[in-house]
Every structure is written in C-alpha cells, then in structure tokens.
Design a protein around this ligand. Structure first.
Ligand SMILES: C[S@@+](CC[C@H](N)C(=O)[O-])C[C@H]1O[C@@H](n2cnc3c(N)ncnc32)[C@H](O)[C@@H]1O
Length: 250
C-alpha cells in the first residue's frame, strides 16, 4: 500500500515533541485515571498468555507490549512510527518491529491474539483501515482473539480531531463481523467516576493547586468505574470500550 503519510507524520511529530508520552493521553491525569481501568478490562477479557503469541498492533512506546509479556505472552509490538519504536521499552519476550498494521508481512495465522489499544481509531483513511483489519484477520490463527480498546460510543456526535476517525459501537462490530470474526466479549472502560474526577482536576488546576485529596478522589471514582465495568449490559453507557472478537474456523 502507499504509505499512510498523514497518520505516520502526525505520530512522528508527536513523538519528537513529547517523547514516549506521545503514545498516551496528553493529559497526564486522564492517562493515570484510565490506565488502571484499561488494564483491568484487558486482564479480564484476554487472560494470561501461557507462552502464546500476541501482536500488540500500534505498540507506541511499548506500554502494553511489556505488560502483556509480563502476563505470559510472547509479544510482537508493531508501530507505524519509527521514533516511537526507537523509544519503546525493551523487555524479555518482546520484539518490536516498525511498520503499519496494513503492511505487516508475517505469515498467515502467526498470532493467537491481537491487542489494539486506541490505534485503529487513528487510521483516518478508510482504505487503510479496511486493509489493516484484513491483515489483522489474516495474521490471526483460527479461534484466535482480537481485542480492540477504542473510542466506541453508541452514536458519534460532533467533530473529531484530524488524527482520529471515530466509529460507533455498531460500526466497530460490523467492521469485524464482515471479516468472519465473531463478537466474544465486551467491557466498558470509563463510567460515572470519570466526569467528577476530571472536573476536580480542572478546578484544582484553575486554582493553582495540586490537591492531595485528588488522589483519594481518584481512588474512589476509579473503584466506582471498576465496579460498573463488571456489571453485564452496563458497558453500553461507556464511550470507550474493549470489544473482543474470535476468528471462527474457516
Ligand atoms: C494513542 S497511541 C496508542 C499506543 C499504544 N497502543 C498505547 O496504548 O500506549 C496510537 C499509536 O498507533 C500508532 N499507529 C497509528 N496508525 C497506525 C498504523 N496504521 N499502523 C501501526 N501503528 C499505527 C501510532 O504511531 C501510535 O503509536
């Protein structure tokens, strides 16, 4: 494929400006809040690796590659940004490769699982998005699992930043089921706790404070969201979701 220049240039530039932090939320408080919620959902829905092979698609600076290797997976982290791959944290059982998901040239059925944490939503060109999903499905072995943690509201309202192409929950599900993958499980990531915590963070910043009570508030809000994430059906009120799909036997 022709290189997806706009997306690659965006992440290269962001990596030059922000270093390894370029792969996370620009707002450190938001990153700290959501990181634990994401980890809990990934652990629950993907489980331990037990020596199986996982592709961390869009690995950024390696946050999830390292954690998934610690959970027993043999990890390949791949990213479109050469700078982020160069900055990625080395770890046992993690190999990093530079390349766009749509161009990764590995044999079919190589991986037992694929994880994409806020990556596919950043493929802004529809043709590249389709090619990326085709290639992920090709690289996954039969009965393997793809876990996508992305912005996925029931409906998309408003304009998104240029580096993001938002898709509704239904669009994500259609994109994978049309490629022979079957929905397997789903969890919401952030719920009622997120709003009050971020409001308190912004107020504290306006008042020029770094209030230690925010740490206690974060713990309470996060505990609420961690609890809500385990209630079946409630996932539909979350706008960020982890959805897993299984590749049916072909
Ligand atoms: C928001 S960051 C998330 C990084 C990592 N998954 C994490 O959660 O820390 C998005 C990442 O997707 C990568 N990316 C964007 N488009 C890509 C593509 N077509 N192929 C591979 N990586 C891509 C970017 O370079 C960036 O590292």
């Amino acid at each position: 494929m022709t290189p997806p220049t706009a997306d690659r240039d965006y992440w290269e530039d962001r990596a030059r400006r922000q270093g390894p932090r370029a792969a996370g939320y620009s707002d450190a408080a938001m990153d700290a809040y959501e990181d634990r919620l994401r980890q809990s959902a990934i652990e629950r829905l993907l489980g331990p690796g037990r020596g199986r092979h996982l592709l961390d698609a869009g690995s950024g600076s390696g946050r999830w590659s390292v954690r998934m290797a610690q959970a027993g997976w043999l990890v390949t982290g791949a990213d479109i940004s050469e700078s982020l791959i160069a900055l990625a944290t080395p770890a046992p059982n993690v190999t990093y490769v530079h390349g766009a998901i749509e161009d990764l040239d590995v044999p079919a059925a190589t991986f037992d699982a694929v994880l994409s944490v806020t990556v596919l939503q950043h493929i802004t060109n529809d043709q590249h998005f389709g090619a990326a999903l085709d290639n992920l499905a090709r690289m996954l072995r039969p009965n393997g699992v793809i876990a996508v943690l992305e912005y996925a509201p029931l409906r998309v309202f408003g304009r998104m930043p240029a580096y993001m192409k938002a898709r509704s929950r239904r669009e994500w599900i259609e994109a994978f089921t049309s490629r022979g993958l079957k929905p397997r499980s789903e969890s919401g990531i952030r719920f009622l706790g997120h709003g009050p915590y971020m409001l308190a963070v912004h107020l504290a910043r306006l008042l020029g404070r770094t209030d230690p009570q925010l740490i206690a508030l974060r713990a309470v809000c996060r505990a609420l969201d961690l609890t809500l994430a385990r209630i079946p059906g409630l996932t539909l009120v979350a706008d960020v979701r982890l959805i897993t799909f299984e590749k049916t036997q072909q």
